[in-house]
Design a protein around this ligand. Structure first.
Ligand code: 5AD
Ligand code: SF4
Length: 442
């Protein structure tokens, strides 16, 4: 009989890709995926430690599995991802019913580790960082899934050491995957039904710069853009300081590159940006935004912003609000600063009372909601090309897809449209999605 595993994934798109690899590896050793922990022989959490809240969630979720383990002691519980990488051994001490902890660098060893636990040979931790050559060969090879949109990893790790960020500590140094492998993977995915790919890396702009003779990221985009059958191309995430003229020139020039860029600004205050070790000023950031708008007037921006960084004053915060207004983001992911162990910012004095941080956070959210609503309402009554991704969660014959600007649209239609780009008239604009109806081909 087949054994069963249950997997929950937290955090960023990197973790989503890692989880796809986990699924493939477990299939290889005879495990089938099931939709609940109650049905499983193996439960895995793929975790995120970018903020304290995400980390605490992991411990909360693990608690839910304890009663199941009490009933069925042979159940294997494993934790992977960034919390595992960072906590290692400590997790096994803290959670006595946990069997296995594996880091972001050790996913490829999962089959062997699970088999060791199965045979009750060990309760284990595997969080060693790997050398460069080993890592280079470990970019996920994932089997076919009939999904219209796929993520493809182009690089891993980060060398930027923004003062608040734990990523360089848990994901390690930057390493780029050979362009030939990336192009081959995209071709393979397209041959199996993918129509849109998002090239993924913590800092895609520094793609290839450490590897002699490798393509630049802009050149890589050009080559992927040329792949027959691919209809849309996106990338994430791009650091404003490294956004080159060459990359900016891809917008408006490469026909498949979507007119949307996620460009994390973090703060609008030059003083805070310096403390964050971001390597750009608000003026530099705005300069890049203007250049992008010039090349591609229809482009929309999204961003990440941290509120309540240590020492943030009202003036600093006002500078953030000003930059948000000036850029006019379609959406912003806003975060309350959360001190992370081992980071430089965790040692900076922070005397701002929590209620003040929360007030600022709420003010920013209110401003962003107004700007988002103003931008998205312009889509009403427009007929927009929508790449159909699948059957909508709302059910009732509804499909969902996305516009070029990455906006979700739900509309009535039949499943044979999945995978094609169809014209959809936007009839209602909600906060997070559009409702549309199929329009006649234009
Ligand atoms: N506190 C709050 N937000 C953070 N981010 C990263 N580290 C922290 C932290 N310590 C946010 C940044 C980043 C996004 C992925 O998470 O805005 O761009
Ligand atoms: Fe973290 Fe900065 Fe690297 Fe982004 S660029 S992953 S925020 S260190």
């Amino acid at each position: 009989m087949k054994k069963a595993f249950y997997l929950e994934t937290f955090g960023c798109q990197m973790n989503v890709v890692d989880s796809e690899q986990i699924v493939d590896l477990l299939h290889q050793i005879g495990y089938a995926q099931v939709p609940s922990a109650e049905l499983a022989d193996l439960v895995l959490l793929n975790t995120c430690s970018v903020r304290d809240k995400a980390e605490r969630k992991v411990y909360g979720h693990l608690g839910r599995f304890k009663p199941i383990k009490d009933l069925r002691p042979e159940l294997i519980i494993a934790v992977g991802g960034c919390v595992a990488q960072q906590e290692g051994e400590r997790m096994l001490d803290k959670v006595p019913y946990l069997d296995l902890v594996f880091g972001t660098h050790n996913i490829h060893r999962l089959p062997e580790l699970v088999q060791q636990v199965e045979e009750r040979r060990r309760r284990g931790v595997e969080t060693d960082f790997l050398d460069r050559e080993t890592r280079l060969n470990l970019f996920p090879e994932r089997t076919q899934r009939d999904s219209v949109t796929r993520f493809v990893t182009v690089m891993q790790g980060c060398d930027n050491f923004c003062s608040y960020c734990i990523v360089p500590h848990v994901r390690g140094r930057e390493i780029s995957r050979p362009s030939a492998d990336i192009i081959a993977e995209v071709r393979h995915l397209v041959a199996h039904g993918a129509r849109e790919v998002t090239l993924l890396g913590q800092n895609v702009n520094s793609y290839g710069i450490r590897d002699h003779g490798e393509l630049s990221f802009a050149q890589l985009l050009e080559q992927v853009n040329a792949i027959d059958g691919l209809q849309r191309l996106r990338f994430a995430t791009s650091h404003p300081k490294d956004l080159t003229d060459e990359l900016i020139s891809c917008f408006g020039r490469l026909d498949k590159l979507c007119k949307h860029i996620h460009l994390p600004m973090q703060s609008g205050s030059d003083r805070i940006l310096r403390l964050m070790n971001r390597g750009y000023s608000a003026g530099d950031y705005l300069g890049k935004v203007e250049q992008l708008k010039k090349n591609c007037p229809e482009i929309l921006f999204t961003t990440d912003i941290i509120v309540g960084f240590p020492g943030e004053t009202e003036d600093d915060f006002q500078a953030t609000l000003d930059l948000v207004e000036q850029v006019g983001y379609a959406d912003a992911y806003t975060f309350l600063y959360s001190p992370r162990i081992e980071t430089a910012a965790a040692r900076m004095p922070d005397d701002q009372p929590p209620h003040q941080k929360q007030q600022r956070f709420d003010r920013l959210l209110e401003l962003q909601r107004r700007i988002s609503a103003d931008i998205w309402k312009k889509d009403a009554e427009q007929v927009l090309p929508v790449l159909v991704e699948g059957v909508s969660k709302q059910g009732q014959g509804q499909l969902f897809g996305r516009t070029d600007w990455n906006r979700i649209v739900n509309f009535n239609g039949t499943a044979e449209l999945i995978g094609s780009i169809v014209p959809v008239r936007i009839v209602k604009v909600f906060r997070n999605s559009h409702l549309g109806e199929l329009a006649a081909p234009q």
